[in-house]
Design a binder for this molecule. Structure first.
Ligand SMILES: NC(=O)c1ccc[n+]([C@@H]2O[C@H](COP(=O)([O-])OP(=O)(O)OC[C@H]3O[C@@H](n4cnc5c(N)ncnc54)[C@H](OP(=O)(O)O)[C@@H]3O)[C@@H](O)[C@H]2O)c1
Length: 281
């Protein structure tokens, strides 16, 4: 069985991420957990103290490329091999906010930051005997419309911004799977279910009200975490690559998420925006 040793988990401070961290630790994994602030990292570290494995929290703003590059330097100083990367962090911004390079922030955190993190960690992932990448996307990709000329647009609704970021993760997963063919690294994406979490909380008072409502209708974060871990296991047993799972069941993607040309254009643009070569090695 695939034994998890060194895991990097984004969004480890809250919701599905903190529960995934709990499961990973109960299996004795060494986890690097990422949160957006020192405060959220410290709070989560307290909640996860005294479990089997070890967890070290590192603060990183996934909408800031400099912060991501610093994070990777720190990861490299902890472990050179990474056998599991879980790209789970996410947010929904109700009003337009630009990141440091002017990209709308929901897209920047949910997709572009994870694109950069993944590309920078590929060396560590390839150094492991076997490694898996899990992208936590959403069923929301189904409503996504991705116009690559509009990444800095101020006119999108929050739903449009969120759904396109989740579509981008699905397209990215498929291109990455192709790029990694023949290597020891595999990748999937998934929808974890409707889970009551803090996804909308970064929006002042309206965010608090919506979070309250979200928690009334959503299932517990433990459920979401189980679906994340199900995918880690599937990939670890070489059962799938480049696929989308919805609540732990494989699901055929809708045609707009299978658009190879769009996926390639997205990859190329993302590499330009992150100052990376298009080729992975
Ligand atoms: N909840 C659902 O119903 C649902 C459904 C489908 C998909 N998902 C996906 O599940 C994933 C986890 O979200 P969740 O529902 O568990 O929400 P959550 O409780 O709000 O957790 C989100 C995590 O992302 C981190 N994060 C947010 N902005 C960040 C930034 N700029 N830099 C670094 N980290 C950042 C947060 O860290 P801080 O707390 O430190 O800010 C937190 O740990 C997301 O990708 C979401 O899209 C959720």
């Amino acid at each position: 069985m695939f034994k998890l040793k060194h895991v990097v988990l984004t969004g480890a401070t809250s919701g599905i991420g903190i529960e995934t961290a709990r499961l990973l630790l109960s299996e004795g994994a060494n986890v690097i957990g990422i949160g957006s602030s020192a405060k959220s990292c410290a709070k989560a570290a307290k909640k996860l103290a005294n479990l089997n494995g070890t967890i070290k929290f590192i603060e990183c703003d996934l909408s800031d490329q400099k912060s991501i590059r610093n994070l990777v330097k720190l990861i490299n100083s902890q472990f050179t091999k990474v056998d599991c990367l879980i790209n789970n962090a996410g947010a929904i911004y109700l009003k337009f906010q630009p990141d440091k390079i002017g990209i709308e922030k929901t897209f920047s955190v949910n997709y572009l930051g994870h694109y950069l993190l993944t590309r920078l960690l590929l060396v560590n992932l390839m150094a492991a005997d076997e490694a898996v990448i899990v992208n936590v996307s959403s069923v929301a990709y189904k409503r996504g419309c991705l116009n690559l000329n509009e990444l800095r647009s101020t006119n999108l609704t929050a739903t449009e911004s969120y759904t396109r970021s989740k579509l981008a993760q699905v397209l990215f997963t498929q291109t990455l799977a192709k790029e990694l063919e023949g290597s020891s690294v595999s990748v999937n994406c998934l929808h974890p279910g409707l889970i009551g979490t803090n996804l909308l909380s970064k929006n002042g008072i309206i965010g608090s009200i919506l979070t309250y409502a979200h928690k009334l209708v959503g299932r517990s974060a433990k459920h979401g975490a189980r679906h994340v871990m199900h995918n880690v296991r599937l990939l670890g047993n070489n059962n799938s690559n480049g696929k989308y799972y919805s609540i732990s069941k494989p699901e055929k993607l809708l045609p707009h998420a299978l658009d190879v040309q769009k996926a390639e254009e997205l990859w190329k643009l993302s590499s330009e925006l992150c100052n990376l070569p298009v080729e992975i090695v």
